[in-house]
Design a protein around this ligand. Structure first.
Ligand code: AMP
Length: 472
């Protein structure tokens, strides 16, 4: 059987993928198209805009990459200096790196150039890479905006725009950057927007930048993968460490992500786990890109069994074979629960998601249940038991950290997330609402607006110098 024949068996041929790209799907091990690929590839190849509700793990990267690669290959080699023919925007560096990796695998042998534009790493090498022009640029919005403003990148030739994990870009305060970027690309662009949830702001964004998009939905919005078994363990905050360590003593928990709402919390959890004899790594926004990548690589190659992460740092990361997700605390945004537990139960494998819930987090738990439209079973309740005896020094340390968490908002907001707020910047509707206004009694941030959303330090306009000329 020839390669081509083998490739046709993948079913991607039926979707309109051919030649070397079809072979690449075989090499990548993609035997059968996933639902999002079946639904999105044919209309995207036909030139339609795509508005897709799809989670990480659904196969969305290939769903947009295969058609873009097909189109770029068909047009041949036509790079213009300082331009990108296709632009893929992702909320985090990790996701951007992962997308570029996938594209490189699929584009092997096609003479397609790709580049990454990310915050937190050398700008110089990125500018150098895009100077001759690239076929596909994968970028996070902040650094991309800087390059466009400085005139190092011109988006007027960009015909394909992908917004990946759009709801996360909204959460991270990138929405206005995204709008400006969408305006700067070619007027006749083809846009694909992927989002795990579809809040009003994303629908509005889509209406503003897309033309009559084809709607693709692979799992009803806000639902969680059926393969994931979910349960709640009621435990007082002070009991959580002990409960977690006891759980992790079970070796059936082969590869575990533990989510923490705050960066301090994540550091504390990893420190406690290490004290309890576990080998764990941590990723959050205060860690350097190198440290994050190192932690992620260790987790990926299995040398680290437990990865502790904040919501932002873990966005979009695709590590196959995660057996368990543990929510050390409930997320502030109920939708984050869907993202968190979506790290497990991938590719049809079983996954288990366990949420540790202090009684003060009950309202957050209810909010999660409303989003996922199901009641989560309480599998164990430790709250009737006395608090574990604590070492007084450790208690003081923990109390001080908890006070710091309460006094300032230490949620991980990702790149740029700790910059100073800017007045009058239109964020997600609830961004200015005082946290105290939420129905729950869980950890208010001293009356500070939960405007916990990230801010851009100064007005980001591409300015006259950097504004690319629009093609007529
Ligand atoms: P994504 O949602 O794009 O992050 O993809 C999730 C995972 O599914 C990645 O590890 C992909 O390599 C894998 N994948 C994507 N498409 C297919 C397919 N058709 N068959 C098998 N695996 C796939």
């Amino acid at each position: 059987m020839t390669n081509e024949n083998t490739a046709e068996l993948t079913g991607f041929a039926k979707l309109g993928i051919s030649g070397q790209l079809l072979r690449a799907t075989v090499i990548a091990g993609f035997d059968t198209p996933k639902p999002v690929q079946e639904k999105a590839i044919p209309p995207y190849l036909a030139g339609r805009d795509i508005l897709a509700v799809a989670q990480t793990g659904s196969g969305k990267t290939a769903a947009f990459s295969l058609p873009i690669l097909t189109k770029i290959v068909a047009l041949g080699n036509k790079r213009t200096p300082k331009t990108a023919r296709a632009l893929i925007l992702a909320p985090t560096r990790e996701l951007a790196v992962q997308i570029e990796d996938t594209i490189r695998v699929l584009a092997k042998g096609l003479h397609i150039s790709t580049a990454l534009v990310l915050g937190g790493v050398s700008r110089f090498s990125q500018v150098k890479k895009i100077a001759p022009g690239v076929d596909i640029l994968v970028a996070t919005p902040g650094r991309l905006t800087d390059l466009v403003r400085e005139g190092d990148l011109n988006l007027s030739e960009t015909r394909w725009l992908v917004l990946d994990e759009a709801d996360r870009m909204l959460d991270m305060g990138f929405i206005n950057d995204v709008r400006r970027i969408a305006k700067a690309v070619h007027r006749d662009k083809q846009t694909a927007l992927f989002s795990a949830t579809m809040p009003d702001e994303i629908e509005q964004l889509a209406r503003g930048i897309m033309k009559d998009p084809v709607h693709v939905e692979v799992a009803p919005q806000g639902t969680t993968a059926a393969e994931i078994k979910q349960g709640v363990v009621m435990a007082r905050t002070r009991q959580k460490r002990q409960v977690l360590s006891a759980m992790l003593a079970d070796e059936a928990m082969k590869s575990v992500i533990v989510f923490s709402r705050t960066k301090h919390g994540a550091d504390r959890v990893v420190r406690d786990l290490e004290r309890d004899g576990f080998n764990a790594a941590v990723i959050h926004g205060n860690k350097s890109q190198n440290a994050r990548q190192k932690a992620l690589n260790g987790f990926r190659d299995g040398s680290v069994r437990i990865l502790v992460a904040t919501d932002i740092a873990a966005r979009g990361i695709d590590v196959p074979g995660i057996s368990h997700v543990v929510n050390f605390d409930l997320p502030d945004e109920a939708e984050s629960y869907v993202h968190r537990i979506g790290r497990t139960g991938r590719n049809g494998m079983d996954g288990i998601a366990i949420t540790l819930c202090d009684p003060s987090e009950n309202a957050k738990l209810r909010a999660v249940e409303r989003v996922i439209r199901m009641k989560l079973p309480i599998t164990v309740d430790h709250t009737g038991q006395p608090d574990p005896a604590r070492n007084p020094a450790e208690s003081r340390e923990r109390a001080a950290e908890e006070a710091r968490d309460r006094a300032g908002d230490h949620r991980d907001r990702g790149p740029g997330g700790n910059r100073k707020p800017r007045q009058g910047f239109g964020h997600k509707q609830h961004a200015g609402k005082p946290e105290g206004g939420r129905p729950e009694g869980g950890r208010p941030h001293a009356g500070k607006p939960s405007g916990g959303k990230p801010f851009r330090g100064k007005r980001r306009s591409f300015g006259s110098g950097g504004k690319p000329a629009r093609a007529a």
